[in-house]
Design a protein around this ligand. Sequence first.
Ligand SMILES: Nc1ncnc2c1ncn2[C@@H]1O[C@H](COP(=O)(O)OP(=O)(O)OP(=O)(O)O)[C@@H](O)[C@H]1O
Length: 258
Amino acid sequence: MLELKNIKKAYSKKPVLNDISLTIDNGEIISILGPSGSGKTTLLNIILGIVKVDEGSILCDHKDITEIPMEKRGFNIVFQDYALFPNLNAYENIVYGLKNKKDISTEEEVRELIHLLDLEPHLSKHIDQLSGGQKQRVALARTLVMKPKILLLDEPLSALDGVIKESIKKRIKDIAKEFHLTTIIVTHDPEEALTLSDRVLIINEGKISQYAKPKEIIDHPTNEFVEEFILNQLEIKRQNIISLFQPTMTFEYGESYQ
Ligand SMILES: Nc1ncnc2c1ncn2[C@@H]1O[C@H](COP(=O)(O)OP(=O)(O)OP(=O)(O)O)[C@@H](O)[C@H]1O
């Protein structure tokens, strides 16, 4: 279990996170959702260990890790731009981290992950020969072979569209469930957060607006911000789709409107 207790962070005296407390159970998929500048990446980086807190503590399985450096926390992140090595092929990227830590994953485990992510046909391709969705899967495989205790994903679907997005979403869910892997995802897209996660943490101006299961958020938004920002965005999306399929109405004098 990961616990954040009264986390505070300011940059140049400007508060960015204000008294964030929450728990994340082992094996849960959590999305951190909020508008631009609300503090999502700062929170992710604090969990990862890149950014230090000003106040508060972080506990992992009841052990205080607040002062433990990133490399010793055993968490791992897939960055938004995937950060793959362009001079290596897909397979070399996937196994790169095992060079000095061979015993973390066996060859068989690596093969299983490659299979799960459907990457067999792409292993010898160079990074610039891969599509966005394929790059994303290589980045996921590269992170997962290191068997992180917690998987952090920064806007994992933002560069993908349509069917590919749905397929990656399903793979992230399947992998998290199969490996009982605690997964924390940063996103600004309510639809993504609500369909991908067990619980969604909605933050606004550095404070928790609501932290609940997707259904609870939709049925019982606890404040105006959640209603306005999250639910209205979903409604706009829904209306846009409906309007695409509405038949053109024709009037007596030949006028029409949509
Ligand atoms: N290293 C930094 N130094 C100073 N200010 C920072 C730093 N990092 C972030 N901030 C500020 O902290 C606030 C929160 O930034 P953060 O990147 O956490 O937001 P975000 O919700 O991830 O935004 P976005 O969705 O646009 O990426 C912003 O006002 C940002 O300008």
